[in-house]
Design a protein around this ligand. Structure first.
Ligand SMILES: Cc1cc2nc3c(=O)[nH]c(=O)nc-3n(C[C@H](O)[C@H](O)[C@H](O)COP(=O)(O)OP(=O)(O)OC[C@H]3O[C@@H](n4cnc5c(N)ncnc54)[C@H](O)[C@@H]3O)c2cc1C
Length: 447
C-alpha cells in the first residue's frame, strides 16, 4: 500500500514564490499541519537571483543560509526551523511525477501520494538547453546551465578545484549579464557570445546596451555579438575545450555557461488545465481553470491589468507578489471576503560590478535617453523613458538612489502624457541632475 499524506494546502515547488506563499499563509493565520511544501530540491525555499550574483562571487563569501527566503531581511529569513516552528511540512528531495487534478492528488517518483484540498503550483521554469537544437557535444563536461543551487555549486566546485580560467558565456540575457560580471570579479578570462545585436536585447535599447558593453569591455570582458554557438570541441576526458561559432570562429574554453532562456514547467498538468503563452492560465487571483488549483511565479500566465493583456513573467518580484496575492485570495474565498485583482507592473533590477539599475513598466514604443551613459565617465548615471501613444509607459535608471528609483516607478505606474521626447529628456535630466521638485515634475509631467 502506497504511503499517503493529506494536507489542506500543498505548494508544489520550493523556491522563491513558495517561500513567500508560506510566509503569507502564516500572516493569514495558518494552523500547524495544514501546509506542506513539496520540492525535488533538497533545500528550503531560497532566492534564485543571488545565484548569479553574490553566491558565485567567492570574495563576498555568500552562503546558502544568506540566500534563504527572505534574503533581503535577515530577521525574516526562513531557516528550516522556521517551517518546523510554524507547523509547515517541508517535503524536500521529492520529485512529483504525476498530478491528478481531478482526484486532487500528486504522486512522487518514489510512489508516495500527497492529497490536498488546495494546490499552489509553483514549479517555476527550466533552462532551454543547446542539445535541444541538436548542437554537437552540447552536453560535454564543464558546460553549465544555471537554474538551481546544485548547478551553481557544481560550477563553483569546478572553478575551485580545477582553477579553470577561460570561461565562455553563451547568451546575452539577464543571467549571462550577471554571471559574466561575477566571474570577472573572480579573475576569470570571460568572453560573452550571443546572436543579438546588443546585450540584454529584450530589455535594453541600443544606447543603454552601449554603456554596459563599454563598461564590461573596460573591466576586461570580451563580447562577441551577432553569432551563435554552433558546436563544441572536447578532450579525451569529454571536457569542453572550444566553442565553435556559426561565423567560423572558435573560442578556447575551460568552462562554458549557457543562458539562452527558460520555459515554464507545465508538463505535469498538460491536458488538465488551460494554458496560454507557454504558462498556466490564471485570473487576477491566480486561480487556474481547475477549481482549487492556483499557479504562481514563473509558471503563471496572468492578466496584466495595466496593459490589458496576458503575460508570463520570469522575475523574482512577481514571484513574491503573485504568491502573496494567491494566498490572500485563497483565504478571502474561505472567509467569504473579496480582495482586489492583481495589478502588477514589471519591475526588473540588477547589480553587476559597482553598477545597479532598475526598470519599471513596459519597454515598448519610442525611447529617449537622458544623463551620462559614457562608460568612461567617473560617475556615469543615466536613464531612459519609453513612450507609446503619447504616454510614458516605461522607465529605466542606472545608478539611481532610492528616491529617484521610486520616482521612475511612479512615472511608469501613472503613465503621464508627454508632448515631445525632447521635453521628456529634459525632465529626465532634472530627475538625476537636480533634487529640486523632481518628484513633482515627474509625477505630474507637465508637457
Ligand atoms: C541564476 C538565476 C538568476 C536570476 N536572476 C534574477 C534577477 O536578478 N532578477 C529577477 O527578477 N529574477 C531573476 N531570476 C528569475 C527568478 O529567480 C525567478 O523568476 C523565480 O525564481 C521564479 O520563482 P518560482 O517560485 O516561480 O520558480 P523557481 O524559482 O523556478 O522554483 C521552482 C521550484 O519547483 C521545483 N519543481 C519543479 N518541478 C517539480 C516537480 N515535478 N516536483 C518537485 N519539485 C518541482 C523546482 O525544483 C524548484 O525548486 C533568476 C533566475 C536564475 C535561475
Amino acid at each position: 500500500m502506497a504511503e499517503e499524506k493529506s494536507f489542506k494546502y500543498v505548494i508544489l515547488g520550493a523556491s522563491v514564490s513558495s517561500g513567500y506563499a508560506a510566509r503569507e499563509f502564516i500572516n493569514q493565520g495558518l494552523k500547524p499541519g495544514e501546509l506542506a511544501i513539496i520540492s525535488e530540491e533538497s533545500m528550503p525555499p531560497y532566492e534564485c537571483p543571488n545565484l548569479a550574483k553574490g553566491y558565485i562571487n567567492f570574495e563576498t563569501n555568500v552562503t546558502l543560509a544568506k540566500n534563504l527566503v527572505c534574503a533581503r531581511n535577515s530577521e525574516k529569513r526562513q531557516f528550516p526551523q522556521w517551517y518546523k516552528d510554524k507547523g509547515i511540512e517541508l517535503i524536500v528531495s521529492t520529485e512529483i511525477v504525476k498530478a491528478d487534478l481531478a482526484a486532487k492528488r500528486l504522486v512522487s517518483s518514489a510512489g508516495k501520494i500527497f492529497k490536498y484540498q488546495t494546490l499552489l503550483v509553483a514549479t517555476g521554469s527550466t533552462c532551454i538547453r543547446l542539445s535541444e537544437f541538436g548542437i554537437q557535444d552540447a552536453d560535454a563536461k564543464n558546460i553549465f546551465y544555471l537554474r538551481d543551487i546544485n548547478d551553481v555549486d557544481q560550477l563553483a566546485l569546478t572553478i575551485e578545484t580545477n582553477k579553470k580560467r577561460k570561461v565562455v558565456v553563451v547568451g546575452g540575457g539577464y543571467t549571462s549579464f550577471e554571471i559574466s560580471a561575477a566571474l570577472m570579479v573572480n579573475n576569470h578570462d570571460v568572453t560573452m557570445v550571443f546572436p543579438e545585436p546588443w546585450i540584454m536585447h529584450g530589455l535594453f535599447t541600443a544606447e543603454i546596451a552601449s554603456f554596459y558593453e563599454g563598461y564590461y569591455a573596460k573591466k576586461g570582458i570580451k563580447i562577441i555579438k551577432a553569432t551563435l554557438a554552433s558546436g563544441f570541441s572536447t578532450n579525451l576526458c569529454g571536457e569542453v575545450t572550444e566553442v565553435k561559432l556559426e561565423d567560423g570562429r572558435t573560442l578556447e574554453a575551460d568552462i562554458v555557461i549557457v543562458g539562452i532562456g527558460g520555459r515554464s514547467m507545465t508538463s505535469l498538468f498538460k491536458g488538465q488545465v488551460e494554458e496560454e503563452k507557454g504558462g498556466i492560465k490564471t485570473d487576477g487571483f491566480f486561480r487556474t481553470s481547475v477549481p482549487d488549483v492556483y499557479a504562481i511565479g514563473d509558471v503563471a500566465t496572468f492578466p496584466m491589468k495595466l496593459y490589458g493583456d496576458m503575460r508570463r513573467v520570469e522575475h523574482v518580484d512577481h514571484a513574491c507578489k503573485s504568491a502573496e496575492q494567491a494566498v490572500k485570495a485563497i483565504k478571502a474565498v474561505e472567509e467569504g471576503k473579496s480582495i482586489q485583482e492583481y495589478d502588477y507592473i514589471h519591475f526588473f533590477h540588477s547589480r553587476a560590478f559597482d553598477l545597479s539599475w532598475q526598470f519599471y513598466g513596459d519597454n515598448v514604443g519610442e525611447s529617449v535617453l537622458f544623463g551620462d551613459n559614457d562608460p568612461k565617465s567617473p560617475k556615469p548615471k543615466f536613464g531612459t523613458y519609453w513612450v507609446k501613444y503619447g504616454k510614458v509607459v516605461g522607465a529605466f535608471l542606472e545608478g539611481g538612489v532610492e528616491e529617484e528609483n521610486k520616482a521612475i516607478a511612479r512615472v511608469a505606474r501613472t503613465q503621464p502624457s508627454v508632448g515631445s521626447l525632447e521635453v521628456l529628456s529634459n525632465i529626465g535630466e532634472l530627475l538625476i541632475g537636480s533634487r529640486v521638485n523632481r518628484n513633482r515634475v515627474l509625477v505630474s509631467c507637465p508637457v
